[in-house]
Ligand binder design. Sequence first.
Ligand code: ZN
Length: 130
Amino acid sequence: MKKTLTVRTGSKTEFIDITRDIEEAIRSEGVDDGVCMLFVPHTTAAITINESADPSVKSDILMVLNKIIPWKEAYGHLEGNSPAHIKSSIIGTSEIIAVEGGRLKLGTWQGVFFCEFDGPRSRKVHIRLL
Ligand code: ZN
């Protein structure tokens, strides 16, 4: 099964919890057990798995990323968004998660986050269920 999720971001940098959207896609396809591959086809965005219970975790991650990769630096890339490209490479553009009983086999505190680093924009997440 293949599906593409559209994520509308609202800020320059933000993490958006997309766990429910992915599980909805899995349910709508009637997939019970398998493997879920997630891929972000962008050079200034990423995908990651981390704590979804306390929203401070995602804001702390963003705070540190913005600190260690500053917007103002002697970057050569003329588009002016090198920090977003660097963050995308550091965090990564794919995740693989087991599917069991029609749900993502995540840990109790884990959620899947779309990471925007040069928004706001309309973004895509490709979902493949095997
Ligand atoms: Zn660029």
